[in-house]
Write a protein that binds this ligand. Structure first.
Ligand SMILES: [Zn+2]
Length: 71
């Protein structure tokens, strides 16, 4: 399961969360829902989670943005 980093816009805290659905993300400190997902480590953690729904641009690997496969 993917673990993402988030930043709470309300209390300015960063936290990591195991994400089932982005709609359920709440800040553990203030329970605020005004959070922003940080994309650090996004490409290295890409594991095919986004292949169908997000539309992978590369047919030979699971990266959503691939510069090494000739896409
Ligand atoms: Zn917060």
């Amino acid at each position: 399961m993917p673990i993402y980093e988030f930043h709470c816009m309300k209390c300015n805290k960063d936290f990591e969360l195991l994400v089932m659905s982005k709609d359920e993300v709440m800040c553990p400190a203030c329970n605020g829902r005004d959070v922003k997902r940080l994309l650090s480590g996004f490409s290295s953690k890409s594991d095919g989670q986004f292949t169908s729904s997000q539309g992978s641009s590369c047919s030979t690997c699971s990266a959503t943005s691939c510069a090494t496969c000739g896409q």
